[in-house]
Design a protein around this ligand. Sequence first.
Ligand SMILES: [Zn+2]
Length: 312
Amino acid sequence: MTVTGPVDVNQLGFTLMHEHVLISASGLMKSYPALLGPDPETRAINALKESKAHGIQTMVDATTFDLGREPELLARVSAKSGVNLVNVTGWWLDVPRFMWGVGVNQMAREFVRDIEEGFRGTGVRAGILKCAADFEGVTAPLETMARAVARAHVKTGLRIMVHSYPTGQLARRQIQIFREEGVDLTRVKIDHSNDTTDLEYLQWILDQGCYLGLDRYPGRLVSPKQRTNTLYALMKLGYGDRLCPSHDCICLHIHNEQADGTLPEKHDFQRSNPDGWLYMHRQVIPQLQSMGASDVQIQNLFVDNPRRFFGG
Ligand SMILES: [Zn+2]
């Protein structure tokens, strides 16, 4: 299910499995739109059109409600650029006051409505679920959301992407919660996994049946070259059919004022990755080829694995 309606998994084509057209906060675009800089919608359409011209046909947009999801904006930029966008329901890391004490089944019902009926007041439906935890571990409110996401998955069969924290080997706890909830682990993708080079830990996740999101490029903590070494090492170990490289690249983000009071033309993330969504084509794929990866192996990563994940 994309933001413009259902698409056959065989038509997804070259797919980036973890990206963001927009990241802000829930309601920000209505209340403080100027923070997003000049003419955000046109900038998103242009960036998506450029991606499409380089062969990127589909992106999973990982922006949940608490990251400022704007379903109708996504539907418009998808229609105008021709790039399929799959949007998430579920939760990222923000913990607003209501989350202390909200029920697991109560949230699961809301997520199921996002999947079956659509985001309220729009015709746009969620195509994937997401939950998250980071360096503080799976805290009580985030565990509520993880279990609600798991129950919405059990009810609908929708796939789950998981914001994880590999430095703390957090997927061990997240997978344990999924097991308790009866989640099919072959329908789970553990994301941000290339923030570590610990092959033993990554193989453990893959051996549970999960997909691996190697979705931070160029990223911090680990150099881009080391990320590609890890990716290729896992391919050589025989896991090439469950690896999903992507950027976690943000097109529209808050433009922070500079010290002299002026607004920069590009936000911080764009300045750290001038290639944006084309980083994979310009940097990573050529590097994989120079290491010995075949065209079939590369097609596997970007076309076959997303198809298998959504359709398998
Ligand atoms: Zn992300």
